[in-house]
Design a protein around this ligand. Structure first.
Ligand SMILES: C[S@@+](CC[C@H](N)C(=O)[O-])C[C@H]1O[C@@H](n2cnc3c(N)ncnc32)[C@H](O)[C@@H]1O
Length: 315
């Protein structure tokens, strides 16, 4: 078996908020290497169930191997978590006691371990094709966006994570370079970024990850998927069921908060008229201040550093 490298983030807090129990069904919307699912299964023995989703079939294989001892309690489905309602309906399940969404890319995907080759998620590794899609069969790859979007669209894409002059410099460099030859690999993209971001005494290496993040978010439509996914997850929960979301950068943190706040109900605004129309509450927001990983966790797993945990209970 390919032992997974990915270490699940904030596992104790996930269990504390998901409250897994025997006899109940939980959804792991992003099963990845199966780390969180294993912990949930351990806490819901002997007959708690997991429905595990992932867009990456190679990750589903890693999860299948890792969870082999629990095979009769696990159902794996290749699907995006924002389609959880359709998945449950296909499985003839009305609702579930909990769902976890652990955003982003797993360490195993970054290292190119799952499919035996890198798919362009990492800027530091070997020269790789610039794909960056969780679903390897998705036809539009990151390179297609770089080579086909208009300058204006590229500005909007990189404007999500780059700041000030960085946006224009990166966009202009891409448009200039792709005229010579399409940009197809991480090596070439990183070289372009290094040149464009190294100005006014800045260290380009510090900003290259932000440009990669913008491209990954765009090619996988990650923000819209997260918003839809949280709403779908809440609809899939039974009363008293719990949703836990792990986010890793400010765009995700903000979106998770904003979506859960909206689902808490309250006045439909602005303007927030006293006695105006109200939206019914679907959840109680359990973590209006999201949780951080402990210092000792960050020491042992630096990848957990930027994590925030959001939790809500279906009402
Ligand atoms: C951070 S990893 C999850 C790691 C997992 N919690 C563990 O402990 O091993 C995120 C996973 O979500 C998957 N993913 C990304 N977007 C997805 C989506 N929209 N639907 C389902 N899975 C998705 C990725 O392929 C990746 O395997």
């Amino acid at each position: 078996m390919r032992a997974p490298e990915h270490v699940p983030v904030m596992p104790n807090e996930v269990v504390e908020y998901l409250q897994p129990q025997a006899g109940r069904t939980y959804v792991d919307g992003t099963i990845g290497s199966g780390g969180h699912s294993k912990v949930i299964l351990e806490h819901s023995g002997p007959d708690g169930r997991i429905i595990g989703l992932d867009r990456d079939p190679a990750q589903l294989e890693v999860a299948r191997e890792r969870l082999a001892e629990y095979a009769d309690r696990v159902t794996l489905v290749r699907e995006s978590y924002d389609r959880i309602r359709e998945v449950l309906s296909d499985l003839d399940i009305e609702n579930v006691w909990g769902m976890l969404i652990d955003c982003g890319v797993s360490r195993d995907q970054l290292a190119g371990r799952t499919v035996g080759r890198g798919r362009g998620f990492s800027w530091w590794g070997e020269d790789e094709p610039l794909e960056m899609t969780y679903d390897p069969d998705q036809p539009t790859k990151a390179a297609d966006l770089l080579n086909e979007l208009s300058e204006r669209e590229l500005k909007a894409l990189f404007g999500r994570t780059l700041r000030g002059q960085e946006v224009g410099r990166v966009t202009r460099a891409i448009v200039r370079e792709r005229r010579q030859e399409p940009i197809e690999t991480t090596g070439r993209f990183t070289e372009i970024l290094r040149e464009a971001l190294g100005f006014a005494g800045r260290d380009p290496e510090e900003r290259i990850p932000a440009a990669y993040l913008a491209l990954r978010i765009a090619v996988n439509d990650e923000l819209e998927t997260l918003r839809r996914g949280i709403e779908a997850a809440v609809d899939a929960l039974r009363t008293g069921g719990r949703l836990v979301v792990l986010t890793f950068h400010s765009l995700e943190h903000g979106l998770a908060r904003q979506t859960l706040r909206k689902l808490e109900g309250g006045p439909i605004g602005p303007p927030r008229l006293i006695g105006g129309p109200e939206r019914d509450a679907k959840v109680e927001y359990l973590t209006p201040k999201p949780l951080f990983p402990s210092e000792s966790e960050v020491e042992n797993n630096p990848a957990a550093r930027s994590a925030r945990l959001h939790a809500a209970q279906r009402v």
